[in-house]
Design a protein around this ligand. Structure first.
Ligand SMILES: Nc1nc2c(ncn2[C@@H]2O[C@H](COP(=O)(O)OP(=O)(O)OP(=O)(O)O)[C@@H](O)[C@H]2O)c(=O)[nH]1
Ligand SMILES: [Zn+2]
Length: 289
């Protein structure tokens, strides 16, 4: 008999699946690994501890990245992506932009969460991030060290996934929001040579019956190989108004005359940094074809 459950830990090839009454250590049929934390799956129960994933139920959303050769599923059935950033360690603004584009492509609302408010370097980073607030993205500021409970309203009623560079405080935030779980330490994080802990696998935690949080491993890159050249401009809210107005339909928005997007950048409606990212992604997508 099949039973429905939800993946709450994804170890790549092994999954922990939670059902109404218990959790099972699961593998999949035919070594299929295209499952993500948050997926609802159908299980064949083997015994009290083990089961096999037979199939995955239809997803309401899927966040993933596509590096040149590998597709990496990050989380399924989430309604909110929380990009956790901080002034220290040195933040990578392109990674933030790529994550925002992936969120737009997956139609999941992103929130930029600036952690480590207590650090003096935070002010300058926040000032830079105002540009993203102007684009319409939600921006929140916290210090995980002070408990982060002010984040609760933002998470209420959502399945949220925390993503971001390593060391920004995703696990500290998760722990702060789930005091009784003592979430990460010794669970799925491993100690690096430096003695610091880093998250190696995604894990889903319940904040309450209708609010859930997925902590994910730190990202160094965010490949967008799954997004075609012609789909890219629509993922930039400030570029959307100029779509279809370039002289050439296959404009790479680089050297072409009468490129509406370049002209809008000259007029200050699009920042040079975001235009440069669009150009880079369009060229990469056109070369990949
Ligand atoms: N000053 C300060 N330090 C913080 C804050 N939040 C987290 N840290 C520290 O930042 C370091 C990294 O925190 P983690 O929670 O492990 O970061 P992570 O994003 O989960 O990292 P990965 O698991 O590698 O992806 C730890 O030493 C934390 O104590 C904060 O609000 N303020
Ligand atoms: Zn153009």
């Amino acid at each position: 008999m099949k039973q429905q459950g939800q993946i709450i830990r994804s170890y790549g090839r092994r999954f922990i699946v939670e059902t109404a009454g218990r959790t099972y250590d699961c593998t999949s049929r035919g070594k299929r690994v295209d499952f993500a934390c948050g997926d609802f799956v159908q299980l064949s129960i083997i015994n009290d501890e083990q089961a096999v994933i037979e199939s995955v139920d239809e997803r309401s959303s899927l966040l993933y990245r596509q590096d040149d050769w590998r597709t990496k599923l990050i989380a399924a059935n989430v309604s909110r992506i929380i990009f956790v950033t901080a002034a220290v360690p040195s933040p990578n603004e392109e990674l933030l932009n790529r994550c925002l584009l992936a969120a737009e492509a997956a139609d999941i609302e992103p929130v930029i969460l600036v952690n480590k408010r207590d650090l003096p370097e935070t002010g300058a980073w926040l000032e830079k991030l105002q540009a993203y607030e102007k684009l319409g993205y939600k921006l929140a500021v916290v210090s995980a060290l002070d408990g982060a409970t002010e984040l609760r309203p933002l998470l209420q009623g959502h399945t949220s996934v925390l993503v971001g560079q390593s060391g920004m405080g995703k696990s500290t935030l998760t722990n702060a929001l789930l005091p009784e779980a003592a979430a990460r330490v010794g669970d799925i994080s491993v100690a690096l040579d430096s003695g610091k802990h880093t998250t190696t696998h995604a894990a889903l935690y319940h904040l309450d019956n209708e609010s859930h949080l997925i902590d994910s491993p730190g990202l160094q890159e965010f490949g967008l190989g799954h997004i075609g050249a012609t789909e890219l401009p629509a993922l930039f809210p400030e570029i959307r108004p100029y779509i279809g107005q370039c002289r050439f339909h296959n404009c790479s928005h680089r050297m072409e005359p009468s490129c509406a997007i370049k002209l809008a950048c000259d007029d200050g409606h699009i920042t040079p940094g975001r235009l440069a990212l669009l150009q880079k992604l369009v060229t990469h997508a056109q070369d990949a074809k």
